[in-house]
Design a protein around this ligand. Sequence first.
Ligand SMILES: Nc1ncnc2c1ncn2[C@@H]1O[C@H](COP(=O)(O)OP(=O)(O)O)[C@@H](O)[C@H]1O
Ligand SMILES: [Mg+2]
Length: 355
Amino acid sequence: MKAALYAIGLALPGRRLVVNLSPADLPKEGSHFDLPIALAVLASLGVLPHDFLMRYVAMGELALDGGIMSVAGSLPAAIAANGRGLGLICPKSSGSEAAWAGEEIDILAPANLVQLINHVKGHQVLSPPKPALAEAAANQPDLRDIKGQESAKRALEVAAAGGHHLLMVGPPGAGKSMLAQRLPSILPPLDPREMLDISMIASLAGELGEGKLSRVRPFRNPHHSASMPALVGGGLRAKPGEMALAHHGVLFLDELPEFQSRVLESLRQPLETGETVVARANYHVTYPARFQLVAAMNPCRCGMAGTPGHVCRQGPRCAADYQGRISGPLLDRLDIQIELAAVRASDLTLRRQRK
Ligand SMILES: Nc1ncnc2c1ncn2[C@@H]1O[C@H](COP(=O)(O)OP(=O)(O)O)[C@@H](O)[C@H]1O
Ligand SMILES: [Mg+2]
């Protein structure tokens, strides 16, 4: 902060500065306190008026040259600030994200300290940021790429219509991963309320690209080596995990039995309650997590059990052991369970369907 103030031509007074972050019993972490601390110092130096700052919530990271760098969570911050009748000062790059909180909110999104000071002094007024909508990806995978597998496609449609959890079991190459990736293409677009909900979660995770919101439902596809905090949430700032990021969308777990059993069992509670809880020593964070679970697995370790003409080297135990890794209570929660056969050669030579 000293370097940033020095860079914009302000020298700190020679006396000692005490910065007090209150309340003291609340754990505070993160670089977004840089800007508020700098603003408080500017006010104490008389560069910015006190009563101006009292009307705003501020967040942002300071660069050594006085630039204000983006931080996660500006959308929920804008909503919370508005709830208290305050405006928001946030980095320029987070402005369009914060603007989704509503038109009436006074949002200042300067790129650096100089712009903010000029705005307050009336030299150069900042224009309010505009909410931006991300363009829908043009080449989203489409269900019509799938040849044959009529019953699996039907099951996918039923799952999409009813929001049912789905388990697909079949040999490698049957098209399980392919089918799951095409589920978002037949789901309805998000309504504005849902869009705001999931954007707040994505904002906290720092995953809103350029602050643009998207109307496409989330499709989260964590690798089977994913840890428990990666799914449930946690880490340095109790960030939301994959389950929360899949809220109002799809959580796809490919190769389900390969996930750690602890991770799989942690799915059970959110599937019931629609929430995940990140527990910390002195506080809990609850994230909404109402996702549609889609899982895919091979029927056995070698992958071919049940295919006509195939005999597993380990006999029937091969399939029993592999499928036994999924607990009964978890299987119970998967409403639709289908078995896929390998795609037929005659189906693969079919032309791509028009609709
Ligand atoms: N029904 C299908 N129609 C068209 N291509 C298919 C089909 N099933 C499989 N494929 C092809 O096989 C590849 C592997 O499929 P994949 O979905 O990864 O299988 P799985 O996950 O069941 O092992 C796909 O990328 C696709 O090219
Ligand atoms: Mg696969």
